[in-house]
Ligand binder design. Structure first.
Ligand SMILES: [Zn+2]
Length: 1161
């Protein structure tokens, strides 16, 4: 060990010298970064150094480019003169005067005067059911999910019409809207699609849209547009493109980075992807999208229209909705509706939505009910172009000879389609996946339609006016004709989607769960990186130049997160090589975020005013090591010895409230003590590390060190870990009690202070454990939870099982990446008897580990942990499953089933995108797979006595198939393709770890409950806090102090309200006001509504709630007179926010823009 350490030091010295020479050679003024000693002797440091070096080399290459960019950016963006620091070194004297920020105790701020928010003016209606015309859960209750053959419109009926309904004064107005659906990754990677198809679409677009008369087009995916703009578009091309926008021949719809998935995505990531696209549009094209277009995501969440609403959208279009729901809405002419939030009692959240009526968005299913006819009007399918009509009749080129017959044929389809809507304005999308990539397709479509349009418009008897259009054209004509109030109000969501038969798209809720989990990890990193770099920028802890570098790194990470929100990304429905590409991009994004975070943290703590720092210096080590894009990350083992006897732990809390929890780090020796930020020793617990993949084992020279931490809102705080004399008695460090079952053959080699029980007999009874006076858990002899006992002694039975599904194996009827078609109810997962079980029990944290291995099924390392966290006094436990389905198995889906005695009947609640809770019911009338729903973050069931909540770290599929039960899918391995275009199964499973929190909360007496038929639900305060902590773990950074230097910390925020979610905090943001671009920062907040009828009354003492108002300057460094109301994506701002006081109704999301532009002159 010593030799390895010496060699690590040797290499480090060489590298430092090399870096130094490199710097000198490139004539950069620089300060040598403080270098850390080797801390993890087990890791292969050399490769890490190599990559750092490579990075530095790259940085040097980019140096000139960076300087150039900075120069131009600086000329564009002029910060307030008093805030702008020129890139020069300050005299030392001034640096000294800058003191490290003092810790501000929450509550010592003088009370602020403000008018109390009158919540009765808020749209939320909790105690009566908001009125709607269509409530989706009620609709589900009402309709039988029959599947009658409707004739040519298979899933509908035979549409008839009276042609006298149109006249010269009252014409049928048809808008033909050409479009091309471009997936940023599916069968090919994002870049390969661009090179092979999308680039050509843009190139043709700028040529072909200017030919002919009245040609129009719409475009959605900004990830592709930015690639073309930055890599291939010439100045002439760009001008042509801008002219298309200006002349309204081209409309950008939604303008997100991607067309995001709505089942698995977290709303914070949806905001990121939408903002990334909108900011790009504003910066590069000065463009603000107004109409949304989401034709391919596999089901729709009502969180999306709410986000679109506050992003400034007026209208939206959706497509993939259950065929039986489409038929129901169509039969009542309710395919266009005002989509309202579940809890909105006044209609403040309405988003006007158009739903496509038929099977798909392709041309055969768009012009009218008969695909055989509509296909003949997709002129890409003219003979000889490689695409045909599967209905057997090919399109004909329109000629003078056939135009009358052809025109009437499509008119008849349009007229039939118009019967399904309330107006005479008809929307006809003309496109498909990656269409218009060849010039002759533009010619074929537009030239043939030119003739049809001209012929129909000149035939007065037909009373029809046809034109090319954009969404804006269509919606304008529609709203001119029909008042908004004449459209129905709908609330609820559109899960679970089925496109035909019993093909329910509930498989993708779980497909490729490793990457779904990675998505959440990356989200936490992007949020933390964005917030901490914004703090460092706004407090001038970093120079302006460095703030631009930090911005770039965060933006890179944000773009990878945004890309993965695509409906073939996080959904797990891309081909293997594309999935790999996404994962590698996410891995890089995690590293970019870590780099930005550690650097920002360093400067916030030290504020050293090194103005010309241009390197990505590693000052602090992030305690989360992602080695590969498909491997569960590991932790740093803090090596303490006489050479470096102490280590500082910098903890960052990216949440806007003070968190209190038990933190665990790994240390190389059990002889340690922990000091709090004041330097006082605190009680710590040392436990052995239990590890393994198939079998359990105790790690050598590695221990868990657990202790309670408190971190203020958006604060950095420093704890330390020190080596202590092995001989001395230390009343502050305690050692876990260890029990080892079914492994009497182990020779345990733990230091003697750990009390060990290792019975030789097989375990044949329940196991019970708790931490201090925490929640107590009882498991069965296999380590599976049986009962949770609260601090007050209330026992809640929770029976945990793993179960497995097989797939149906019919022709065109099997599970795949999208579809879940089980062969029947789940069977028990049978693991080998007498699994190895280890229990470590201590004052702060107790864990049971069990190795559950089933022959030819799966291996699961299950760990069940309870924490002694008095700030969350409810009964809570953490379950972590690290699992791998046996690669020998063809078709297997594994689920975790939790059975309780909660008498919830068939009612349960799940979240939508982590934003809000929706009520659901189990329905016998629909198949098993139809009863599965997305579980992005949380689910609960309740009766009059108790609520049982499940929180998840990974978006997965869930169901509540029996009263009292919640089942969460874990992974799926499937050998077959499910015929939705991917052309492969899902066989690339890797070992995956999910973390769940199970919470049992009693009902509180004397509580005003929402009515039982309210379609919305709310988490309790305890569950909300726990969920936020799970989503956004504290960041742990390490460094070695030089001697006994003072402990730095950073806390600015005096706001501490657990119901306020800081969704986004971006620097270097652009907005538009009265035609001019302004620069500054953008922030978005959500105030959650909470259920007060369950939980623990003491939780609010540790996690106080807001009264719906706070002053922004109490949270971040900002001048109160520069705060403006803003759209969600900051592309437009409104009036000034008085005194910078932000008011929020429960469930409201609000964005503000802080103007940092200096006025000219
Ligand atoms: Zn798509």
């Amino acid at each position: 060990m010593r030799i390895r350490r010496l060699s690590a030091f040797f290499w480090m010295t060489c590298i430092i010298a090399f870096i130094f020479i490199l710097y000198v050679m490139t004539d950069l003024s620089f300060n040598l970064p403080s270098v850390k000693p080797a801390i993890n002797i087990d890791e292969n440091k050399w490769s890490a150094f190599e990559s750092k070096l490579r990075h530095i080399e790259n940085e040097l290459d980019q140096h000139h480019a960076v300087v150039g960019e900075i120069k131009s950016a600086m000329s564009q963006i002029i910060e307030q003169s008093n805030e702008y620091h020129p890139p020069q070194k300050r005299p030392r004297q001034m640096q000294k005067n800058k003191k490290i920020r003092e810790f501000k105790v929450v509550g010592d701020e003088p009370p602020r005067m403000h008018i109390k928010l009158n919540e009765s003016t808020c749209p939320i209606q909790k105690f009566s059911v908001p009125k709607t015309d269509v409530q989706m859960l009620s609709l589900y209750e009402r309709i039988m999910f029959d599947d009658k053959d409707g004739g040519v419109w298979k899933q509908g009926w035979n549409i008839e019409y009276n042609e006298n309904q149109w006249s010269q004064k009252n014409k049928l107005k048809v808008f033909i809207v050409p479009h091309s659906h471009n997936d940023p990754g599916w069968l090919k990677t994002f870049e390969n699609y661009y090179k092979s198809q999308t680039r050509a679409i843009f190139n043709n677009m700028i040529e072909k849209l200017n030919e002919g008369v009245g040609r129009k087009f719409i475009w959605a995916e900004i990830s592709f547009l930015s690639l073309w703009w930055n890599n291939d578009a010439t100045e002439k091309d760009k001008t042509a493109f801008l002219n298309l926008l200006k002349s309204k021949k081209l409309e950008i719809v939604t303008g997100g980075w991607v067309m995001n998935d709505e089942a698995n995505s977290h709303w914070l990531s949806v905001v990121q992807q939408l903002t990334t696209g909108h900011q790009w549009l504003l910066d590069n094209l000065g463009y603000v999208p107004k109409n949304a277009w989401s034709i391919d995501p596999f089901g729709y969440s009502s969180a999306q229209p709410y986000l679109l609403k506050i992003a400034g959208f007026d209208n939206s279009m959706i497509q993939r909705v259950h065929y039986r729901i489409k038929k129901e809405l169509a039969s009542n002419r309710q395919l266009e509706f005002r989509w309202r939030q579940l809890w909105d009692g006044v209609g403040k959240t309405d988003m006007f939505t158009h739903l496509f009526p038929f099977y798909s968005y392709d041309v055969p299913h768009s012009c009218g009910p008969d695909p055989k006819i509509c296909c003949q009007f997709d002129f890409k399918r003219l003979p000889g172009n490689g695409v045909t009509c599967p209905w057997g009749v090919a399109p004909q080129r329109i000629t003078q000879k056939n135009v009358d017959e052809r025109a009437f044929k499509i008119l008849d389809q349009w007229r039939k389609k118009a019967q399904l809507y309330r107006s005479n304005v008809l929307f006809f999308p003309l496109g498909d996946d990656f269409r218009y990539d060849r010039a002759n397709e533009w010619d074929n479509q537009y030239q043939n339609y030119d003739m049809l349009i001209e012929y129909i418009n000149s035939n007065d008897a037909w009373n029809t006016e046809v034109q090319y259009g954009t969404l804006e054209d269509y919606f304008k004509a529609l709203h001119d004709e029909v008042k908004l109030s004449n459209f129905p109000v709908l609330s609820g969501d559109f899960f679970t989607y089925a496109d035909r038969n019993q093909h329910y798209w509930s498989g993708y809720y779980t497909s490729r769960p490793f990457y779904k989990n990675m998505d959440r990890v990356l989200l936490a990193y992007v949020r933390a990186a964005e917030i901490i770099t914004a703090q460092a920028t706004d407090t001038h802890a970093v120079s302006y130049i460095m703030s631009l570098q930090l911005r770039d790194r965060v933006e890179q990470a944000r773009r990878s997160l945004s890309l993965f929100q695509h409906h073939d990304g996080i959904t797990g429905t891309s081909r293997d090589e594309v999935r790999e590409d996404y994962a590698k991009k996410m891995l890089t994004a995690i590293k970019y975020s870590q780099s930005a975070i550690q650097q920002a943290a360093y400067y916030l703590l030290k504020q050293p005013h090194i103005q010309d720092q241009t390197q990505e210096d590693i000052f602090l080590d992030v305690d989360d090591i992602w080695r590969r894009h498909d491997e569960i990350p590991s932790r740093i083992t803090i090596a303490l010895d006489v050479v470096s006897p102490s280590r500082r732990l910098v903890l960052y809390n990216a949440l806007a409230f003070r968190r209190q929890e038990i933190l665990t780090v790994l240390v190389s020796t059990p002889h340690v003590e922990v000091f709090d930020p004041e330097g006082e020793p605190i009680m710590a617990q040392v436990s052995p590390v239990v590890a393994g993949e198939r079998r359990l084992g105790l790690a050598n020279n590695k221990y868990q060190l657990s202790f309670p931490v408190t971190i203020g809102p958006l604060a950095l705080t420093v704890y330390s870990v020190s080596l202590r004399d092995a001989m001395s008695i230390n009343k502050y460090t305690s050692f876990s009690h260890v029990r080892i079952y079914n492994a009497d053959y182990w020779s345990v080699d733990l230091p003697k202070m750990f009390p060990i029980e290792q019975p030789s007999a097989r375990l044949n009874e329940d196991v019970s454990f708790q931490a201090g006076n925490s929640t107590r858990v009882v498991t069965n002899m296999n380590g599976l939870v049986k009962t949770i006992v609260s601090r007050d002694g209330v026992a809640t039975p929770v029976h945990m099982d793993f179960v497995q599904y097989d797939t149906q194996k019919g022709r065109d009827n099997n599970s795949g990446a999208y579809l879940f078609i089980p062969s029947g109810p789940a069977k028990d997962f049978k693991s080998d008897p007498y699994p190895e079980i280890v229990v470590t029990e201590g004052i702060h944290k107790s864990t049971l580990y069990a190795a559950l291995v089933g022959p030819k099924t799966a291996e699961i390392i299950l760990s069940v942990t309870v924490y002694n966290n008095p700030s969350l006094p409810h009964a809570e436990l953490e379950v972590s499953s690290a699992l791998l389905i046996d690669p020998q198995v063809d078709d297997l889906e594994l689920a975790l089933r939790l059975s309780t005695s909660v008498r919830n009947g068939d009612v349960f609640y799940t979240d939508l995108n982590g934003m809000q809770m929706i009520k659901r019911r189990y329905f016998e009338k629909i198949p098993l797979q139809a009863n599965f729903y997305p579980l992005p973050a949380a689910a609960y069931i309740e009766d009059e006595n108790i609520r049982f909540t499940v929180l998840t770290s990974t978006p997965l599929g869930m169901a509540a198939l029996q009263p009292g039960q919640i089942e969460v899918m874990q992974d799926r391995r499937l050998s077959r393709d499910d015929n939705r275009g991917m052309n492969q199964g899902v066989l690339d499973n890797v070992r995956t770890r999910h973390t769940f929190r199970l919470i049992a909360e009693p009902a509180l007496g004397h509580c005003a409950k929402p009515p039982s038929d309210h379609p919305s639900g709310w988490l309790t305060l305890g569950s909300h806090v726990s969920q936020q902590m799970l989503l956004q773990p504290p960041l742990v950074l390490h460094y070695t102090p030089r001697g006994d230097e003072p402990r730095p910390n950073y806390q600015k925020a005096s706001v501490n309200a657990a119901d306020i979610v800081l969704a986004s905090y971006r620097t270097h943001t652009t907005t538009k006001k009265e035609g001019t671009n302004l620069h500054g920062m953008g922030l978005t907040f959500q105030r959650v509504a909470l259920d007060t009828c369950y939980g623990h009354k003491d939780t609010v003492e540790a996690y106080p709630l807001s009264d719906g108002q706070f002053r922004l300057s109490d949270l971040i460094d900002v001048k109160s007179d520069r705060v403006y109301e803003s759209t969600l994506t900051f592309n437009q701002i409104d009036k000034q926010v008085l005194d910078g006081i932000i008011t929020l109704c429960p469930m409201e999301i609000r964005s503000v823009f802080v103007n940092q532009t200096i006025r000219n002159g």
